[in-house]
Design a protein around this ligand. Sequence first.
Ligand code: F6P
Ligand code: MN
Length: 347
Amino acid sequence: MESGRTSLSAFLAQESSTIQAEYRSNLPQLILQLSTAIKKIAHLTSQGALAGALGSLDSQNVQGETQKKLDVFSDDILIETFKKGGLVAGIASEEVDEPISIPYTGEQKPFLTLFDPLDGSSNIDVNVSVGSIFSILPAPRGREPALADYLQHGRKQICAGYAIYGPATMLILSLGKGTHGFTLDSASQEFFLTHPNIQIPAETSEFAINASNERFWEPPVSRYIAECKKGKTDVRGRDFNMRWIASMVADVHRILMRGGVFMYPRDTKDPSKPGRLRLMYEANPMTFVVEQAGGLGSTGRARILDLAPESIHQRVAVILGSRNEVERLEQYHRDDDVKTKLNSPIP
Ligand code: F6P
Ligand code: MN
């Protein structure tokens, strides 16, 4: 404690009894290592053009997207931190083709870390909030991890969260028992607990979606958004508001703070992609945090944390946020799937 405030390390010590016994001694240490990396990325992003880190590189990541300098710098900071920290048996990053597994030398390293080092990178050059998303999974015992070891479903996460580099830098964290928010004190460079036990209201009146994709949406999404837009005059009986920042971290953060629903649904824009966002680096960790705050995460047809991952860079549809709104969207998907079945010719 410092002047009545709970620092991140004090919080981790207090929460120790809620951490599974086998991770109790080293999970807090891993989170502190991560928080050090986050402070470095926060410093770089706060320097904007002065850090010489804005703009694009010539390279593309494995997803075929142009890499920003800050994407790569953030990735390097996180990879170096985890390699040096000695607690991680393997690292998977959205920016790197294959996971980086650390050779097994007889010393058990308990964790795998997976991350999106700089989410919302289209916002970097325009000075709008970006973030880092992370997921911590158990490592296999007594050997170097293979690719299959990373492909664990979201309920296996030991810890997940994100940092948001906004007007204030915040770290949002769940160790599987509630979701808690910490704010970086720029003077002491310490994170302090400012948002204990965050709760997302079950029913809210705000949605977040990229409406420029409207003509590609599936019928259940079109139905939901049309009803929200009709507001008071239609079945919803109340008016809705819309927000879209285009940084998942910032859009989901707003929902954690005041409720709402975030959607990047499956659409027909590129039929080869079942969604835009990545299961392992974005959907799973953000759903973990949202569900620990009383919300829900779904593809519309399945709960995100129950999905069996098929590949490390897999994309999925994401519907995330206030419980009642996500359940309504799931119902609309079921209604539509039944209708489609009824209308399809008998084989
Ligand atoms: O990481 C992908 C991402 O940048 C998310 O942070 C964000 O929600 C989404 O893409 C924005 O997509 P679009 O540019 O289609 O609005
Ligand atoms: Mn991202």
